[in-house]
Ligand binder design. Structure first.
Ligand code: UDX
Length: 432
């Protein structure tokens, strides 16, 4: 692998992970972010995102001189390849808002040298890379699509060990530059930019469909006396189906699946192509709060509007401090609107965006035992493994007679029963 001069624009989950991992590979990397405070922190070796392994790589890159941070694109003029990793949030109609991407491309068009490769890692709608390519062609810059498939909380691992690398371009030389920089042995698929862009949306939408299907099956299991864990275990053993993304829960959330399913539906509408599977997956997901509220109404010994509830887990999944589009907060907000009092505990509570907790009317309590005090119901919403290790006898003393509604089927039902708590799993025989 030949070392290149690399640039990254955007120091969020994708951009910062990309930058520290490129630097680890020996590419001299300049990472640009518009937020000067963030740039200052990063220069001092302080990461603002919570990713295993990232702080070490950040410090290593800074100390080794392979990693630099800047607050504007001007310093990227000598870069061979620049990865654009800025957000593409959902607009009101579900379409991806491309203003950040467009601004960066305009800047780079005036900065990069002829021959440079501009790589769109941001998740962008079909047609964007070709449009960007036309915009920068007169400056001799090539645009390539290279969607990222990193999972939050596994981002460094996923960068180092990708299932596949997708490179969207019809320029074989530009494709070779990108695969050379990423330089690893994953399956690499070179295709036209439209296919590369769509493969990202198609993958995330499929994951959403898979989880919603598991959530619908869990409802059926809870009604007909079947157990979702046994059903998905049997399904997952079939290599055509696979065991992943079949765990039922409070619904899917986070910064990608909700936004990307909305965006692919928007693309479908514009192309006059229906995508009913994805529409249906979103409907199933949107109905999760009502489904959980109904289960609580059945399990509680007091009316929901007078109930004191404890939410265990507030992040959208375990291993992260991200609460963007967290199903736990959507459900907390719905239960608060129904009149319940909701307190919430999360192992990363101190690092969570408190304004989102306030917006959901969830009162944070930084101790699981205090959070459970006098609760009528304890609702497990995030699959933090440490919840299994809680002293459930102590919790039962704090909340005598409480019911534990385990949307993730995380806890040991027998241990909770021994502790004197009523346990209700998701899609199980004694569940909801
Ligand atoms: C996702 C994609 O997995 C990743 O490839 C892409 O680059 C970004 O979007 P991420 O948003 O980090 O990654 O979360 P992911 O691990 O996919 O989980 C998404 C949501 O689905 C979470 O709310 C999670 O709790 C939920 N989920 C996941 C389930 O409810 N059940 C499952 O079996 C798996």
């Amino acid at each position: 692998m030949t070392a290149v001069r690399a640039g990254v624009v955007g120091a969020g989950y994708v951009g910062l992970t990309t930058a520290v991992c490129l630097a680890e590979r020996g590419h001299h990397t300049v990472c640009v972010d518009v937020d000067p405070d963030r740039v200052e922190q990063l220069r001092n070796g302080v990461a603002h995102i919570d990713e295993p392994g990232l702080p070490e790589l950040l410090r290593q890159g800074l100390a080794g001189g392979t990693l630099e941070f800047a607050s504007h694109c001007a310093g990227l003029d000598d870069r061979d390849v620049v990865f654009v990793c800025v957000p593409t949030p959902s607009g009101p109609d579900g379409s991806a808002d491309l203003s950040a991407v467009d601004n960066v491309v305009d800047e780079l068009a005036g900065v990069l040298a002829a021959g440079a490769v501009l790589v769109l890692k941001s998740t962008v709608p079909v047609g964007t890379t070709r449009r960007v390519g036309e915009r920068v062609r007169s400056a001799g810059i090539r645009a390539v699509s290279n969607p990222e498939f990193l999972r939050e909380s596994h981002a460094v691992y996923d960068f180092r060990n990708p299932d596949r690398i997708v490179v969207g371009t019809e320029d074989a030389d530009a494709a070779a530059v990108v695969t050379g920089v990423l330089g690893n042995h994953a399956q690499t698929f070179v295709m036209n930019p439209e296919s590369a862009e769509l493969s990202k949306y198609a993958s995330n939408a499929f994951l959403a469909v898979k989880i919603s299907y598991a959530n619908s099956l869990a409802r059926l299991c809870g009604t007909v006396g079947a157990d979702i864990t046994d059903v998905t275990r049997s399904m997952g053993a079939d290599v055509r189906i696979g065991p992943h993304f079949l765990a039922p829960g409070p619904g899917w959330g986070g910064s990608c699946l909700p936004k990307d399913t909305a965006a692919i539906l928007h693309t479908g509408r514009r192309a006059c192509v229906a995508l009913p599977e994805i529409e249906s997956a979103r409907r199933t997901n949107a109905a999760q709060p009502d489904h959980i509220a109904a289960a609580l109404r059945r399990a509680l010994r007091v009316p929901l509007h007078r109930a004191r509830l404890t939410a265990l887990g507030l992040t959208f999944k375990a291993g992260t401090s991200d609460v963007r589009d967290s199903p736990a907060l959507t459900i907390g907000a719905a239960l608060s609107r129904a009149g319940a009092t909701v307190t919430g505990y999360d192992p990363r509570l101190g690092a969570l965006d408190q304004s989102r907790l306030r917006a959901a009317a969830v009162t944070p309590v930084d101790d699981p035992y205090l959070a459970a005090k006098d609760a009528d119901a304890i609702v497990v919403l995030t699959e933090w493994p440490e919840f299994r290790e809680l002293d459930w006898t102590a919790i039962a003393e704090q909340a005598p007679g409480a019911v534990v509604l385990d949307t993730r089927n995380l806890l040991d039902a027998a241990a909770l029963a021994d502790a004197g708590l009523r346990y209700v799993g998701n899609g199980t025989r004694s569940g909801y």
